[in-house]
Design a protein around this ligand. Structure first.
Ligand code: M6R
Length: 366
């Protein structure tokens, strides 16, 4: 059932190209230029009335939601807030009939997410669920459902569900933009073209798993490390850090690189590993100077960047280049090496990769 892989997690990491293709599936018009979301019951008139969007989820799904915020704000120009589901109800969120609430849940059974969904509906919001389980509680109670066709995810550490959630956000963001006219048709067609290239690019990254395995062996002897990134890369390193903690039990913190000097830089000492993600051209120079700040204090830096940016190669100790795409789509590629890093670090430490201590796949208690 593991199809020749040692663990479900590794199998699920390698299933991502298929999960991307299946999630895009018939939602891309045969012309390749438009998004079709026949599953949505919301009308165009409703979409024009949306004033704000709240994205609510837990754990990895929350991290997908953080990327979702960037996607929707950039493409559809609607203000988006993100909330951890266990906090949402208790902060008296301002929910009006013109608030669209997007809940994200692989299992569709997470108690906190379900409670947030019910609270949103009680306050009169429309709720869209992005879920991997057709017929789950979240799917049944939401007004609209966008299914991620990742297939069953068995490992406790979520991988293909997260990336399929990203794909769902790209599709939904494009759909909103198309309906609202916030982006011109040619731009939408370009993004769609690039989306379709992602599965092959993930395959290319997977061919470099050996490099990541070596990195993982190096970091596995440390007890603390940092992940840094800016903009959308910050959302991705949060996910990388969670994955590493969850299965390798190595403590790590994910930081927006520019924020280090406001306190955390004090923790950087000789030999501490720092994983730096730098995929965003407009933030690239700033990220390189942040890398130099940690290097100057003795950090050992592993850099992941988009092909063609040579400045970073000089600034870091080890480098992994990932294929180019448009900056907004980069999380769907850059998270893959971070998933592999967590996997191989867990393996190097002799942990139970698929069933980490203290955790359950589906969290049905609040
Ligand atoms: O099933 P859900 O997407 O609602 O689960 C949410 C989180 O419990 C889940 O993503 C958790 O953070 C993962 N174990 C992380 O790998």
């Amino acid at each position: 059932e593991k199809a020749g892989f040692d663990h479900f997690m590794l199998k699920e990491i390698y299933e991502q190209p298929k999960a991307y293709r299946d999630t895009m599936g018939s939602r891309i018009d045969p012309s390749g230029k438009r998004i079709v979301m026949n599953e949505l019951k919301m009308t165009d008139e409703y979409i024009h009335r949306i004033q704000q969007i709240h994205i609510v989820a837990c754990g990895t799904a929350y991290h997908a939601g953080m990327v979702g915020k960037s996607i929707i704000e950039k493409l559809a120009r609607i203000p988006v807030e993100t909330d951890v589901a266990s906090e949402y109800r208790y902060r008296s969120p301002i929910i009006t009939p013109n608030t669209l609430v997007v809940v994200v849940s692989q299992s569709g059974e997470t108690a906190d997410t379900l409670a947030a969904l019910r609270e949103a509906k009680r306050c009169g919001a429309r709720v869209v669920a992005i879920t991997n389980v057709v017929g789950s509680s979240v799917a049944r109670e939401a007004d609209d459902v966008i299914v991620t066709w990742a297939g069953p995810e068995i490992a406790v550490a979520s991988t293909k569900a997260y990336t399929s959630q990203l794909i769902a956000f790209y599709l939904f963001g494009l759909y909103l933009a198309q309906t609202l006219g916030t982006q011109d048709e040619a731009y939408i067609a370009d993004v769609v073209t690039e989306l379709k290239l992602l599965p092959d690019k993930v395959e290319q990254i997977l061919q470099h798993a050996e490099i990541i395995k070596e990195w993982a062996e190096q970091i596995s002897t440390h007890d603390n490390l940092f992940f840094i990134g800016r903009g959308i890369d910050y959302a991705v390193v949060l996910e990388g850090s969670l994955k590493l903690k969850e299965i390798s039990y190595i403590h790590s913190e994910a930081y927006p690189s520019g924020e280090l000097k406001h306190g955390t830089l004090a923790l950087i000492e000789e030999g501490i590993p720092v994983i730096a993600l730098a995929t965003q051209p407009e933030l690239f120079e700033k990220t390189v100077s942040n890398i130099k700040e940690v290097k100057a204090r003795g950090a050992y830096v592993f850099g992941i960047h988009t092909l063609g940016e040579t400045e970073l190669v000089k600034a870091v100790d080890q480098v992994l280049e990932i294929p180019q795409t448009i900056p907004l789509l980069s999380p769907a590629l850059s998270v893959v090496p971070l998933q592999l890093l967590a996997y191989y670090a867990s393996l190097a430490r002799g942990n139970d990769v698929d069933k980490p201590r203290n955790l359950a796949k589906s969290v049905t208690v609040e």
